[in-house]
Design a protein around this ligand. Structure first.
Ligand SMILES: C[S@@+](CC[C@H](N)C(=O)[O-])C[C@H]1O[C@@H](n2cnc3c(N)ncnc32)[C@H](O)[C@@H]1O
Length: 469
């Protein structure tokens, strides 16, 4: 091992185990009394099944001789495991509605399976789930602990705040949930949600039980120490925990987003592209990707992923970013619905003019987009005009940023006479006089060397570019 393992800044909350990375490998170090119980579970057939079914990240117990030296020097490492590396780390505020639902279902299915084997999931947070392509996978085996009958399930509140309440918000308030989770890493408080929900929703069983009642109970507990000590003394049977998990599973699964379809939802079938231009664009993009065979591609402004799917045929992994949660949801649902489809595409909600910041303790617990590495290749197709005209970001700043994203890519320039650019310009008071084909080509030359260039029948221009060092 060439690199010294560094502790993952997002894994400090659990004092019993910690994640380290080195040389693109991921280790989890347990230094607690019940490391033996975890090891028994990891070595069991039940765990093997969970990995085989894709529920839990592939995990291998390291023999003492295989443990990297600098990890053994940590205080009291009782057990060290190595996890399969997830290609790109994402957070729940970057997922679409159906992604959050699938992560919720995975968490609860896993909780049920663990109970079958005398273990329990000690928490229920979406931060313990990652997406490998469009497949959710549980990554935190440090959350598994031997089951002991007695206390209520600790995961309940967390599940509601971080999974169920955001889903209920999107369903009943009709707004996207991502901004709520981005602004509160602890999720949505039942009291806050209760105040936002329409009256009609409060009589549904799901909302009444998990929002209204929970809010009332927590107010009561806050007001009276006696009331909370009464509840903490109750013995909760395993069957009751199972029933609760089953109830939550069906409550989450039946939620449907009630956010109106966005203007981008039908872009793939309803756009200003004529067939000849579209064919020429696809051919250009595919030929560059075929030649380059990149490792990781970032498709920026991916919409429902038409070009991400082309990239997936020639790249190791594709991360498809779009600011519109509805189109990301449509792309995710399409990937999930196609069992023979690509497994190397991850769609994410990301406003590239306001990308995810570093958040949590020390600004590092949840990494900013920039801190999560970069790509080998980018696609910026029919995106620049949005960032320049609607986002009001100077062309030079965008090109400088693109050059930091990846060493190579394809950029589409949409001239100001194009109907889409005209529509954006109409809504702006600034003339954006600097937005011209010549000005763009000149700016491009400051950051990139242009390889191929193609002018499409509809007047748009495609450039394949390599960044200047
Ligand atoms: C014209 S479509 C292009 C889709 C695809 N790249 C193509 O070439 O067919 C533009 C897409 O960019 C997305 N978009 C616009 N501004 C964005 C931003 N600031 N961050 C991320 N996506 C953005 C829109 O939501 C839309 O889906």
């Amino acid at each position: 091992m060439t690199e010294r393992p560094t502790a993952d800044p997002g894994s400090f909350r659990d004092p019993d185990n910690r994640v380290f990375t080195a040389d693109r490998q991921v280790f989890r170090v347990f230094n607690r009394r019940d490391a033996a119980d975890i090891e028994r579970l990891i070595r069991s057939e039940a765990f093997e099944d969970m990995v085989e079914l894709g529920m839990v990240v592939s995990t291998e117990v390291l023999e003492p001789a295989d443990i990297p030296g600098s990890i053994t020097s940590l205080p009291d490492p009782a057990l060290v495991v190595r996890h399969e590396r997830i290609p790109f780390i994402s957070y729940p505020y970057e997922w679409s509605f159906e992604m959050l639902k699938d992560a919720a279902a995975l968490t609860l299915d896993l909780a049920t399976r663990l109970l079958d084997h005398d273990y329990i999931l000690k928490d229920a947070t979406p931060y313990n789930v990652q997406f490998a392509g469009a497949r959710p996978v549980f990554i935190d085996v440090g959350s598994f602990e031997p089951y002991e009958e007695g206390p209520p399930w600790d995961g309940y509140n967390q599940f509601c705040r971080l999974f169920l309440n955001p889903l209920l918000y999107e369903r009943y308030v009709g707004q996207n949930f991502q901004h709520l989770l981005r602004s509160s890493l602890d999720g949505v408080d039942p009291g806050e949600l209760r105040a936002m929900l329409p009256l009609r929703s409060k009589w549904t069983k799901t909302v009444f039980t998990n929002v209204v009642l929970q809010d009332s109970l927590s107010r009561r507990f806050e007001a009276s120490a006696k009331a909370s000590s009464e509840v903490s003394g109750h013995v909760i049977k395993r069957g009751a925990i199972r029933r609760m998990i089953r109830g939550l599973r069906s409550s989450a699964a039946k939620q449907r987003s009630q956010v109106r379809r966005s203007s981008w939802s039908d872009y793939e079938s309803d756009n200003t592209y004529d067939q000849r231009s579209e064919d020429a664009k696809r051919e250009f993009v595919e030929s560059v990707l075929k030649r380059t065979q990149p490792g990781v591609v970032w498709d920026l402004g991916s919409n429902t992923g038409a070009y991400s799917l082309i990239a997936a045929r020639h790249a190791g992994y594709v991360v498809a970013f779009d600011r519109d949660p509805q189109v990301v949801d449509a792309f995710y649902t399409r990937l999930r619905a196609d069992p023979g489809g690509p497994t190397n595409v991850l769609p994410l909600v990301m406003d590239l003019v306001n990308p995810s910041p570093g958040q949590g303790w020390g600004h590092t617990e949840r990494k900013s987009l920039a801190d999560r590495g970069n790509a080998d290749f980018f696609l910026a197709l029919a995106l620049m005009h949005h960032m320049v005209i609607a986002g009001e970001v100077p062309i030079d700043s965008i090109l400088e940023w693109l050059a930091s994203v990846a060493p190579e890519g394809v950029i589409e320039f949409v001239p100001r006479e194009d109907p889409m650019a005209r529509r954006l310009l109409l809504r702006r008071s600034r003339s954006h006089g600097e937005y011209s084909a010549d000005g763009f080509a000149e700016a491009l030359g400051r950051y990139f060397t242009v390889g191929d260039r193609a002018e499409l029948p509809n007047g748009r221009i495609l450039y394949s570019v390599v960044r200047k060092v």
